[in-house]
Design a protein around this ligand. Structure first.
Ligand code: GAL
Ligand code: ZN
Length: 663
């Protein structure tokens, strides 16, 4: 990770002055200063204004914007401006437009209407990067470069002929010869054998189920193509600029198509965008998960929250506004979980365009508003937290997450459509959250040695080396828990034979001979009082002890929950979809067995996370409840300046960040 921008916590957001008359700009800077804003992202959707006709650049307005920001002491994360091509590109080169799997062309008029594999798009976008970076590399306001914007947000998978050719090239690289490809894709099935590379296409709309490995490879290819755009822009930037380079990821937003773990080495710092799911009454738990995952992708380093919202968004079916105090809790929860900067989309709410009902730091109603007052309060809060910058988050628990496993498990033609990747991830994560336990969400190939407990939700596709690493972790005294439909296939989506859960059979000491997925809404009961649904399986212990068995359903008497001692540790298997209360009990047992403790003993609904820098520690306490909370803490609350010598009393909805006394 490379440090960016000044010393404290970054604060600001996307700034789109091109949507406003120039007179507004000086008021913007004045209000930014009032709010304590110190970093804004500029130029993200400016391509059509910067290059109004091919090859003719107009930088005057951007010069003035950057100079004005600089004179106001506001630093800039400058975009390469390649996020969305101008309409002239599609007119001159319609072949740059993306196509869906059924051939539908996606036209300009929205955003990101380009095929990620288009050489024309690549060339024109890199020329723009060269022009922008050449002009502003030395501009004193610029402290960071922002490649494109949410690469793949709308155009992740393109099925056009250009993409088809690029896919073939990618497959040649991966397999070398057709025999290898035929083997990996299992093309002996359904007369799918390929005799010539030219016969191969992306998985376009087909009659029956498309070949699963073809689908999986197309997802890998698509993620790599977008990463190639990131890499290409980065290469150009590196020859011209010295500031750190990032691009905003969408980790924890249910965004499936970009394998961000494989992109992490292509940015100098991880930045992430997160928006609450309004329909989720516990959306703040989803926020925590996203933040813990962003940190995991960043390898535990501090990261930057590039976008979130001051209040409602405009793209969900019902765009719920944030209640007083929520903006602060949401922002500080990200900081608690390792963000060293809190930025928003966007500075001033648009008057026009598809995002005009999206909240901003300056709402339509102006600065005399709840939102702008809370923005100013947050600016002051973040200033008070400057010393936290650079510290890391304490976590003894890891949850393994792999985009490839996600892609694999949600392919079609599986035992049950009710098995989705994020279901058990969320269930286990939320049970940990309720227990006050912080988890890192990391890739299965990450170093496990620093953890006490490793949770493995639905790792359908897994590599041998990662299974071996988990085995060593348990042998060395760790506790692991694996949930159903894990270890089933190798990286080519070939079944691991000999009984399920394939790759994890030995570690877990169980062998399943047949899956018994349940009907929609069907429930089963276990002899420990739990209920479960979605999934059961005909499991035989093979070294493992049985902790709970079914009492009804298709498999009465068959084990549902097992524990296997391996070396100095233990590996648990959860063969069914436990209800939330049972998941809480399970997690409590796992945490207890592994010797994991919450960051602080806190009442339910109070979030506690610890950041640490050598000897110094900061305890973040966020009261999400409607009642006052008390918990034992010793130190100084940086937000109020108050001492707490033994007990912290936190009003409903409030936040404290306590620099803890050293003991
Ligand atoms: C993000 C995007 C922003 C803005 C925002 C609205 O996906 O990067 O440009 O559209 O969402 O929530
Ligand atoms: Zn394409």
């Amino acid at each position: 990770m490379r440090q960016w921008h000044g010393n404290g916590i970054s604060f600001g957001g996307d700034y789109n002055p091109e949507q406003w008359p120039e007179q507004t700009w000086s008021e913007d800077v004045e209000l930014m200063r009032r709010a304590g804003v110190n970093l804004v992202s500029v130029g993200i959707f400016s391509w059509a204004l910067l290059e109004p006709t091919p090859g003719r650049y107009e930088f005057g307005w951007l010069d003035r914007v950057l100079d004005l920001l600089h004179s106001g002491g506001i630093q800039v994360d400058l975009a390469t401006a390649t996020a969305s091509p101008p309409p002239w590109l599609a007119r001159a080169h319609p072949e740059t437009l993306p196509r869906r799997d059924d051939g539908t062309i996606l036209w300009p008029g929205g955003r990101q209407a380009y095929c990620p594999s288009s050489p024309i798009f690549r060339e024109r976008s890199l020329e723009l990067v060269r022009a922008v970076a050449g002009r502003y590399a030395e501009h004193p306001a610029v402290v960071m470069w922002h490649v494109s914007n949410e690469l793949g947000c709308h155009n992740a998978n393109c099925y056009c002929d250009v993409s088809a050719e690029a896919f073939r090239g990618w497959l040649r690289e991966r397999y070398g010869d057709l025999a290898q490809l035929n083997d990996a894709w299992g093309t002996a099935f359904w007369s799918q054998r390929y005799g010539d590379w030219a016969e191969i296409n992306p998985p376009r709309t087909v009659t029956a189920f498309a070949n699963p490995t073809q689908q999986l490879d197309f997802l890998r290819f698509s993620s790599d193509e977008l990463r190639a755009q990131l890499r290409a822009e980065r290469e150009v930037l590196k020859t011209l600029v010295r500031q750190p380079i990032t691009t905003n990821f969408m980790i924890g937003m249910g965004v499936k198509h970009m394998d961000y773990q494989s992109w992490a080495d292509d940015v100098d710092l991880v930045s992430n965008d997160h928006y609450l799911t309004a329909a989720d009454p516990q959306a703040h738990l989803g926020l925590s998960l996203a933040a813990d995952h962003a940190r995991g992708v960043a390898g535990g380093d501090p990261w930057l929250l590039m976008e979130h919202s001051t209040s409602a968004v405009q793209w969900q079916p019902r765009n719920v506004a944030k209640l007083p105090g929520q903006l602060r809790r949401n922002s500080l929860a990200h900081v608690a979980r390792g963000a060293d900067g809190v930025l928003f989309f966007q500075w001033r709410a648009s008057r026009v365009g598809a995002e005009k009902f999206h909240s901003a730091l300056v709402p339509h109603a102006g600065p005399d508003t709840k939102v702008f007052r809370e923005v100013c309060q947050l600016g002051a809060d973040l200033k008070a937290l400057a010393e936290v910058r650079g510290s890391r988050v304490d976590a003894d628990v890891a949850i393994l997450f792999d985009w490839e496993a996600w892609w694999g498990v949600e392919l079609d033609s599986h035992p049950s459509a009710d098995v989705t990747y994020d279901d058990r991830l969320n269930a286990l994560y939320r049970a940990l959250w309720r227990a006050g336990v912080t988890a890192d969400i990391i890739h299965p190939s990450a170093d496990l040695s620093g953890y006490r407990l490793v949770l493995v939700p639905t790792l359908y596709l897994v590599r041998d080396a990662d299974v071996a690493a988990l085995h060593r972790f348990v042998e060395g005294g760790g506790t692991a828990a694996v949930t159903y439909f894990s270890g089933i296939v190798d990286e080519n989506d070939h079944i691991r034979l000999g009984g399920y859960p394939g790759a994890f059979r030995e570690l877990l000491g169980v062998r399943t001979e047949e899956f018994f997925p349940l009907r929609e809404s069907e429930q089963v009961r276990l002899d420990d009082g739990s209920t479960a649904d979605v999934w059961t399986e005909w499991l035989h212990p093979d070294g493992a002890e049985v902790l709970a068995s079914y009492t009804d359903g298709p498999l009465p008497g068959v084990p549902a929950l097992t524990r296997h001692r391996v070396g100095d540790g233990a590996a648990w298997y959860v063969g069914t979809r436990l209800d939330d209360a049972a998941t809480d009990r399970l997690v409590a047992r796992l945490v207890d067995e592994a010797g994991v403790r919450p960051a602080a003993p806190a009442p339910p609904g109070v979030e506690v996370v610890r950041r640490r820098d050598g000897e110094r520690t900061w305890l973040f306490v966020l009261n999400h409840t409607e009642a006052e909370a008390r918990l034992p803490v010793r130190g100084t609350d940086l937000l109020t300046g108050e001492r707490c010598s033994g007990e912290l009393t936190l009003p409903a909805g409030a936040v404290a960040v306590v620099r803890e006394d050293r003991t």
